[in-house]
Design a binder for this molecule. Structure first.
Ligand SMILES: Cc1ncc(COP(=O)(O)OP(=O)(O)O)c(N)n1
Ligand SMILES: Cc1ncsc1CCOP(=O)(O)O
Ligand SMILES: [Mg+2]
Length: 209
């Protein structure tokens, strides 16, 4: 991955009664976010594919990176920029074999050992969390807080693991400076943007902070 600025804010879609997945991605893009992850947990494969085609086209118009959560075969079929995989998803090494080196593969970590494992398997970045409790994801891993990120970042330095770490989970605008101070590379947000009165303005506020 060459452009680390694109990584600083990732917007993750989430079902709300208020906006479609497409509209939520559009608002984040309009607010200046250049990294969208399409995450549709309760949807069928067909629904994900239909929405992915539209969101991918929109991301292309904005020059944004387009990542699909969980669905490796779909990412390959649509030539998405990449895929994000957690512990219950396809193993990263297997996804790398299927996708080759040109796709971005992100992996979820809650501990330094998770980071080590994803690094060895060939991940391009780590989604590390949760920072605090969130209702956006079920079966959350233990909350990391600032100390958790400091610890993981320092152990990565000690062991020479150089991978972008993206903090995720329950993060609000006010948390961002302190989280970035821990040495992580970026932030992934869903709820704080989707719950804002004006998601475009909220994205812009975050991008300009
Ligand atoms: C950037 C980022 N980090 C973590 C996750 C969580 O992925 P996963 O553990 O597979 O859980 P689901 O998102 O599939 O519920 C993510 N999606 N993005
Ligand atoms: C996908 C995911 N993985 C860990 S927390 C989370 C959801 C983050 O969403 P929010 O910003 O709404 O807490
Ligand atoms: Mg997953």
């Amino acid at each position: 991955m060459e452009d680390n600025t694109a990584m600083e804010l990732q917007f993750i879609t989430h079902y709300t009664g208020r906006y479609t997945y497409f509209d939520s991605a559009r608002m984040a893009l309009e607010g200046g976010c250049r990294w969208i992850q399409l995450r549709m947990k309760e949807a069928t494969e067909e629904e994900v594919e239909k929405e992915a085609i539209r969101v991918q086209d929109l991301c292309r118009q904005y020059g944004a990176t387009f990542i699909i959560d969980d669905h490796v075969a779909l990412a390959k079929k649509l030539h998405a920029d990449g895929v994000h995989l957690g512990k219950k998803d396809m193993p990263i090494a297997e996804a790398r074999k299927l996708l080759g080196k040109d796709f971005i593969i992100g992996g979820t970590a809650n501990t330094f050992e998770d980071v080590q494992m994803h690094y060895a398997a060939g991940a391009d970045y780590i989604g590390c969390g949760p920072f605090r409790f969130t209702t956006t994801k079920k079966n959350l891993s233990p909350v990391l807080g600032l100390e958790g990120y400091r610890n993981i970042v320092s152990r990565m330095k000690e062991t020479g693991i150089n991978l972008p770490i993206v903090a995720i989970g329950g993060i609000a605008f006010e948390d961002i400076p302190a989280i970035m101070q821990t040495g992580v590379s970026g932030i992934a947000l869903s709820g704080s943007i989707l719950r804002a009165d004006d998601p475009i303005a909220e994205t812009r506020r975050i991008i300009n902070s």
